[in-house]
Ligand binder design. Structure first.
Ligand code: ATP
Ligand code: MG
Length: 566
């Protein structure tokens, strides 16, 4: 593998463009690269999707099956009168229809926009309105509860396709299964071009109102290459991405990257459950596993005993995204699986992985790795209208990327100014702060909005949280700054505890002492609160801004993506 990585190190995006097939006309279509070309190359019989239903039912779809079902969905859209540009929204869990709809929409030249199925009526309404949805695919009860009440105010919404419903269509809905059963699986793929809009993804809303990021078909160049390089995907793999389809990971790496790389992707309909997850890893012989720090912390919380009862020796590559991965989690996985978790960094806006610990690298626990081949990343300082690249090692600054990678967002829907504000002096500014060490590894410091300034020190919450998590009692931690007359801000920490530990004033004091001895008094929290749970987004990110708003009695802002509205 090391040789392979070395061979990739000097490659650029044009090389990665050559890894794809393209349409006969020279156009580019994500679904063609993900599905049809494998059939054309004689791999139609290879298993593409292995679906595990909530209640134990399983279904398997080969690449040829997937071609047929996506052709059928595309044909159905076209029979309904929808052409290229049609905007198809989904409000679905991980069910087979989701994959047919996503890829079928792309074949029809449409734009696919997945929403979290657990969203309430208002987040659904606002996103569908901003996104000008033409078609919605949803479960009957979600439609009835979340969409039907305001449907009359959405004249753009022409068709609602219902899954899990009886065969009969309603007055204003179409039963999808019955309709597809009547539709021939014949469709001439729309000759999309690389710059045609393909996906609309709303950000997680961790720092404020979610933004609708626009992605085009060219993104598949990056999905494919980063799947191979950063996730180590190879055609014989059984790959499991646990991300919810409602955010970008669920599409880029939960649909596109695995399929373009021709692997078998496992789709588990059920929500997180430690026992089920370990059973699944073992029984399905998962080789590559892509998950998120929240899930990893929950597994850690569930204890080593359950894990040890399973044979997980098939796992070859473990990766994590979404939040900084605490060093403690990397050490834990090394101990338990004999392999480290490989952290990688990217955003809705970047469309694909930009910085990663790839297979051949030595993992430095706590670091997000190095920029992928062809990705130019830097730590910069804003300087009026321009930026200055910081060459000094370990100096915190803005994490910036040189624009031009294929999966770069092409805009925020209807928010041109906000889009323009992301670019300065020839760089894209990510909104995250990071450092680069002398070996070229990048280290996450914090989101620009979350960084704390205390008595002249710049404090990244991640460092303090990671120190807290090293304490045996602590399962999760979040740290915020609260205004202080003398210091500007002081640090307050919130922690949840592992099973078997009780909240007490003593433990509270012990935790404060633990971080002080690890990090020094200047950085350590002055205040600590032991809580039952931390507020997080549906994509699993801790919402520090909400802790802060609650602490200071300020308005909570946009909490449409909050997992458990208080
Ligand atoms: P919003 O932009 O609406 O506030 P969000 O930034 O959480 O929400 P996403 O695009 O889903 O929306 O998340 C990307 C962000 O997640 C990154 O900018 C970064 O802050 C964080 N992130 C993702 N992966 C990592 C990682 N490996 N290490 C540290 N942070 C990460
Ligand atoms: Mg963001």
């Amino acid at each position: 593998m090391a040789d392979y990585d070395r061979a990739c190190a000097d490659l650029n995006w044009d090389d990665f463009r050559d890894w794809l097939d393209y349409l006969p006309s020279g156009g580019l279509n994500i679904a063609f690269e993900a599905v049809d070309r494998h059939v054309a190359h004689g791999r139609g019989d290879h298993e593409a999707i292995r679906w595990l239903g909530k209640s134990g039912e399983t279904r398997s779809y080969s690449y040829a099956d997937l071609k047929r079902e996506t052709d059928r969905f595309a044909r159905f859209l076209s029979d309904l009168g929808h052409g290229p540009g049609v905007r198809v929204f989904s409000l679905l869990g991980r069910v087979p229809e989701l994959y047919f709809a996503a890829l079928g929409t792309l074949k029809a030249g449409g734009v696919f926009c997945p929403l979290f199925s657990a969203f309430g009526p208002e987040p659904v309404r606002s996103r569908m309105t901003i996104g000008k949805a033409d078609v919605l695919v949803a479960r009957a009860r979600d439609y009835a509860k979340k969409v039907a009440p305001w449907r009359a105010q959405m004249p753009d919404l022409k068709h609602v396709l219902i899954t899990e419903s009886p065969d009969e269509s309603g007055a204003d809905t179409i039963a999808l299964a019955a309709a597809l059963a009547r539709t021939p699986a014949q469709f001439e793929l729309v000759e999309t071009r690389a710059e045609d809009m393909a996906l609309l993804h709303f950000t997680s809303g961790t720092t404020g109102k979610p933004k609708g990021a626009i992605h085009v078909h060219e993104a598949v160049v990056a999905h494919n290459a980063t799947g191979r390089i950063a996730l180590d995907l190879r055609p014989g793999d059984i790959y499991w991405c646990t991300a919810d389809p409602g955010w970008v990971t669920g599409t880029s790496y939960g649909i596109i990257a695995p399929l373009t790389n021709g692997v078998t992707m496992l789709v588990d309909e059920a929500e997180f459950d430690a026992r089920r997850w370990y059973e699944t890893l073992e029984r399905e012989r998962v080789t590559v596993w892509y998950t998120a720090p929240t899930a990893i912390r929950l597994l850690m919380k569930s204890g080593a005993e359950i894990a040890k009862a399973h044979d997980l020796s098939r796992l070859r590559f473990l990766a994590s995204v979404g939040e900084p991965l605490n060093p403690e989690a990397v050490v834990w996985s090394q101990k338990l699986f004999g392999r480290p978790f490989h952290d990688n960094w990217w955003q809705t806006e970047t469309g694909g992985i930009m910085i990663a610990n790839y297979a051949s690298m030595d993992v430095k626990p706590g670091s997000m790795g190095k920029p992928l081949p062809a990705v130019e990343a830097a730590i910069v300082e804003e300087n009026g209208d321009s930026v200055r690249v910081l060459d000094t090692a370990n100096a915190p600054g803005h994490l910036a990327l040189r624009p031009g990678w294929p999966s770069m967002f092409r805009g925020y829907l209807d928010e041109e100014k906000r889009y323009a504000a992301c670019f300065k002096g020839g760089w894209y500014l990510s909104g995250d702060l990071a450092m680069r060490d002398e070996d070229g590894y990048f280290w996450f410091v914090g989101r620009a909005d979350d960084v704390i300034k205390s008595a002249g020190h710049l404090i990244g919450p991640f460092e303090v949280e990671s120190a807290l998590i090293e304490h045996p009692a602590v399962a999760e931690a979040a740290v915020i700054g609260i205004p202080d007359e003398r210091a500007g801000e002081i640090v307050k920490g919130y922690v949840t505890l592992h099973q078997g530990f009780q909240s007490s004033p003593q433990l509270n004091k012990e935790l404060l002492g633990h971080v002080r001895s690890r990090l020094g008094a200047a950085i350590a929290p002055r205040l600590m609160e032991i809580v039952d749970d931390l507020p997080r987004t549906r994509s699993g990110k801790i919402m520090r801004r909400l802790l802060k708003a609650r602490e200071l009695g300020l308005p909570e802002g946009d909490i449409s993506t909050l997992e458990k509205p208080a």
